[in-house]
Design a protein around this ligand. Structure first.
Ligand code: 13P
Length: 248
């Protein structure tokens, strides 16, 4: 199994004061969490502030998106080299909210994945099916296509050291978490699709992960940790989820 990883996706939440409060509380709780990698992904404007607070700590920093291009006339975009420059190690790629609200299709997501790799960031590739797709029995076809776009553009080796987050869209922000067997079944499918062996990526589950369900999810053979939304904004809850990953 890959090393455990828990990532907090703050989405479009926080303020300067909240960044300080939340990161201070997380740093105070972190020393007890040796053995699990933890990272947070604040909104762009707070990355530099967060990087300053996290200097010298074992809490990693990530962004929620990146541009395909490295620089140029792309108003409103933020590039991989900029994220590296302010201290990011990780970047989310193809989150379902980017896919559904901002039109990011599989080919674009694959280009963003490639850009992240080219600039030395660890991409966290998000995949997942809509409720209607699950009910229609097409979950594996949908996720297979999401993975194949990256595999076709970047090759299987590009997944070495990368992270894939399975986030069923119907479980995001709904409180309706996938059952551990449901999560495990899709994680196993992903593991088989990308191939086991040296290049095997770290596989996270995301979608209504909370302190009371994290341990059951993380106990699954192919679940290496979690990508956490709402609960990552509450220090005690996020620390509890990190502890659940640590105790696996
Ligand atoms: P919630 O944990 O709020 O369901 O969000 C999951 C998510 O989208 C993380 O990227």
């Amino acid at each position: 199994m890959s090393r455990s990883l828990v990532v907090g996706n703050w989405k479009m939440h926080a303020s300067r004061a909240q960044v300080t409060d939340l990161l201070s509380a997380l740093l105070a709780g972190m020393p007890r969490l040796d053995g699990v990698d933890v990272a947070v992904c604040p909104p762009y404007p707070y990355l530099q502030q967060a990087a300053g607070l996290l200097t010298g700590s074992r809490l990693g920093l990530g962004a929620q998106n990146l541009a395909v291009e490295a620089s140029g006339a792309h108003t409103g975009e933020v590039s991989g080299p900029m994220l590296v420059d302010v201290g990011c190690r990780y970047v989310l790629v193809g989150h379902s909210e980017r896919r559904s609200l901002y039109g990011e299709h599989n080919a674009l997501v694959a280009q963003k994945f490639r850009a992240a790799r080219q600039h030395g960031l660890v991409p966290i590739l998000c995949v997942g099916e809509q409720l209607a797709e699950r009910e229609a029995g097409t979950t594996e076809r949908v996720i297979g296509a999401q993975l194949d776009a990256v595999l076709d553009l970047c090759g299987g080796d590009s997944l070495a050291g990368a992270v894939i987050a399975y986030e069923p869209v119907w479980a995001i922000g709904t409180g309706q978490v996938a059952t551990p067997p449901q999560a495990q079944a899709v994680h196993r499918f992903i593991r088989e699709r990308v191939g086991r062996g040296a290049a095997t990526p770290t596989l996270l589950y995301g979608g209504s992960v909370k302190p009371d369900n994290a341990a059951g999810l993380f106990a699954q053979a192919d679940v290496d940790g979690g990508l956490v939304g709402g609960a990552s904004l509450v220090a005690d809850q996020f620390l509890s989820i990190c502890k659940a990953a640590f105790s696996q």
